[in-house]
Design a protein around this ligand. Structure first.
Ligand code: TXA
Ligand code: MG
Length: 341
């Protein structure tokens, strides 16, 4: 199949919406990561998304909408859910809600009686979905098990020849996937960390919010998990190690030409060997999140690189989402530092 390339002009958005109406799959931008869109009400179209990603059928998809009216036929929206939508939509929050019986395809929900719903901040995509006239499924546009795409070129790398079109609206701004909150649990529970933090959510809801991704919650095993959590995620083929910025100088003592480092500008200023393969994570946490997946993808395709060392961030707010993605990419492997006694 020839993959058409669209830009963010109206005529291109209209052409992409036509493809969606014909039951085809189109890569689309959001503020978090790029997604793979298809008519959520058309099972044949949804099947193509699972096929293109190589995604297991029991891992449910997000329904992505352009406005609230597109959502009301499908899910029960409680007052609490409404307050979340008012506060955070359009934006980087995915909300799990009960479906209206028989209204959502079991292919989309993976057989669950709940659905994940989201309204992205990207205007091109909201226009696309309104133009198409139905909610679209919207998993990240990577091959299953690869880091999520943050540019249209990443989508093309994974999906060229497998999807009907890709809309290029430049690099994404957030760089990590949306926060997922389960509003069907007894206590609202975060299933995936993202730019919308536990504190942000608790403030709007006026009640406790459980972080179901924390070690404590996972150990207690009381919380429902996102079905997708059992699959290996965001993992490049190369060996990835997390390092603490405090170990920057120790790390440099062990680096070879087959190692790549991903670090912020402050650390890179103090990179002793200027020829060391490196990727800048920018000047702050927001930029680091924005640049993380692109760096992993870049070195994953570099022949001579065997290992990628990536800086950790303070574990607060967006830093939790950043560290969580990094932990997954590295399989939890840490650079231990040298013995500093
Ligand atoms: O930022 C994002 O959310 C991106 C952009 C493209 O919108 N999309 C995205 O979709 O990350 P995906 O499919 O890669 O991740 C959705 C996660 C998966 O882990 C899935 O298992 C979980 O949400 N999920 C979907 N429906 C669910 C449900 N009904 N109950 C629990 N978890 C669900
Ligand atoms: Mg994904």
């Amino acid at each position: 199949m020839e993959t058409k390339h669209f830009n963010n002009q109206n005529t291109d958005i209209e052409a992409a919406a036509k493809l969606l109406q014909q039951g085809e799959v189109v890569g689309f931008p959001t503020e978090t990561v790029y997604g793979l869109g298809a008519d959520a009400t058309n099972d044949e179209a949804v099947k193509k998304v699972f096929a293109a990603k190589g995604r297991p059928a029991d891992n449910p998809l997000i329904m992505t909408v352009g406005n609230i009216v597109q959502l009301t036929p499908y899910v029960e929206i409680s007052d609490k859910a409404k307050s979340l939508m008012t506060a955070f939509w359009p934006g980087s929050l995915t909300i799990i809600l009960p479906i209206k019986e028989g209204q959502v395809s079991m292919l989309v929900t993976g057989g669950l009686q709940t659905a994940a719903v989201r309204m992205p901040a990207n205007e091109v995509t909201r226009t696309l979905i309104k133009e198409a006239g139905f909610p679209i499924v919207g998993p990240s546009a990577n091959l299953s098990g690869k880091p999520s795409p943050t540019t249209a070129a990443h989508v093309q790398h994974d999906m060229d020849g497998k999807v009907a079109g890709i809309i290029d609206d430049g690099p994404t701004q957030v760089g990590v996937e949306s926060t997922v909150i389960d509003m069907t649990a007894k206590t609202p529970t975060i299933l995936r960390t993202g730019a919308v933090s536990q504190e942000d959510l608790a403030k709007v809801l006026g009640e406790e919010v459980v972080d179901g991704t924390s070690k404590k919650a996972l150990a207690a095993d009381q919380t429902p998990k996102a079905p997708g959590m059992k699959y290996r995620h965001y993992a490049p083929d190369k060996d990835v190690f997390v390092f603490d910025p405090l170990d920057w100088f120790d790390l440099q003592e062990v680096l070879t030409e087959h190692d790549a480092v991903m670090a912020d500008e402050d650390l890179l200023k103090n990179l002793k060997d200027k020829k060391q393969p490196s990727w800048s994570l920018g000047h702050n946490l927001n930029q680091a999140s924005e640049n993380l997946f692109a760096g992993l993808r870049y070195f994953d395709d570099e022949q001579k690189i065997d290992r990628i060392y990536v800086q950790s961030m303070p574990d607060m707010g967006l830093g939790k989402a950043y560290n969580n993605r990094l932990a997954k990419a590295s399989g939890g492997r840490l650079f231990q530092g040298l013995d500093r006694d």
